[in-house]
Design a protein around this ligand. Structure first.
Ligand code: SF4
Length: 326
């Protein structure tokens, strides 16, 4: 049996996983899962103790997207019966921040569907963010799609701390998921926001028919991109999307993926994101041994579990909410 705790110790000394070691994590026998989690927890605990960061999303614009991302219910190729609306007003965005504040959320994520924001939408977000930052001690993350440099500069000036733009999958698998923009387009936006001085958040969606080598490539790409925050989504295939009916995951494999992300990106915020409830199911609490962050509330077009259940889970684990927005 592999000694995962020793390997974690090596990672803490600066060891970078070989491809063989990375693959061993993903194919780790279930009998070794607790030992693997213990190794991942050793790393997580070293950098984050028992603290858990909370994020909350507001979907400020839903559906109506011309892109063709295969997993997304908001795309032009989806028939999913979701609510569709144009960007909500500033007052509603600020109201969402107030709810997030009441739930001790450290990062409020302002999300909008679409290939990228119009200048008018940027101005709406900028205006809301300025007020939120004046009123609340919380980090603000924007997720608005592909950006132009001048748009990134405006967001930075307004006080946006972080920008989310997921790589979603590996460079090799990308065109099986979407053809309306390239993997490089996504990388370019991440580079642009780093250049603007905004902290990069970028993550993945697991369970989209990728190989294990793709999963390892994703973890390594996020390391190269130096993403400060890594949301790990597990596909919750929505009827009416091209990936409808895809159901490749089991909770133990999801935990192994989270461990891989921790071993390859030891110092980073790793967040269990969309699909947590449906894919990890009763094993959700174990995900917080490798990961140190979760979303509370609903996702973009699917419901999450009640916030009270999330807070109860943290209490039961003996973990604490990381209120610090830094
Ligand atoms: S993921 Fe974003 S860009 Fe892709 S279809 Fe959905 S809303 Fe559009």
């Amino acid at each position: 049996m592999k000694n995962w705790v020793d390997l974690a110790g090596e990672v803490l000394q600066g060891h970078e996983l070989t491809d063989d070691e990375a693959l061993e994590i993903l194919v780790c026998p279930d009998e070794e899962l607790l030992s693997l989690l213990q190794g991942a927890y050793k790393i997580r605990n070293h950098y984050y103790g028992n603290k858990v960061k909370l994020n909350m999303i507001i979907n400020t614009k839903s559906g109506l997207c011309p892109e063709n991302c295969g997993y997304c219910s908001q795309s032009s190729v989806s028939n999913a019966p979701i609510e569709k609306y144009r960007m909500i007003d500033k007052v509603s965005i600020i109201k969402g921040a107030s709810q997030a504040h009441e739930l001790n959320v450290g990062t409020y994520c302002i999300v909008a569907s679409g290939r990228g924001p119009s200048n008018k939408e940027i101005d709406e977000v900028v205006s809301a963010v300025k007020e939120i930052k004046a009123q609340y001690q919380m980090k603000v993350c924007a997720c608005l799609g592909l950006l132009k440099p001048e748009q990134a500069a405006k967001l930075k000036e307004a006080g946006v701390d972080r920008y989310n733009h997921n790589i979603n999958t590996s460079a090799n698998h990308h065109e099986n998921i979407t053809t309306s923009h390239t993997y490089q387009d996504r990388v370019n936006t991440l580079e642009l926001i780093k250049h603007a001085g905004i902290s990069p958040c970028s993550g993945v969606i697991i369970g989209m028919k990728e190989t294990k080598d793709d999963v390892i490539a994703m973890a390594r790409s996020l390391k190269v991109l130096d993403a400060d925050s890594i949301p790990v989504n597990f596909l919750h295939a929505i009827d009416g999307t091209p990936l409808e009916g895809t159901n490749e995951l089991n909770p133990r494999y999801c935990l192994k993926v989270l461990c891989l992300m921790r071993f390859i990106n030891p110092t980073k915020e790793i967040r269990i994101s969309g699909g947590r409830e449906v894919n990890l199911r009763s094993l959700q609490p174990l995900g917080l041994y490798p990961a140190n962050s979760i979303f509370v509330g609903d996702y973009l077009t699917t419901a999450g579990q009640e916030e009270t259940a999330d807070h109860q889970m943290l209490t039961d684990l003996g973990f604490e909410i990381d209120y610090c927005p830094a």
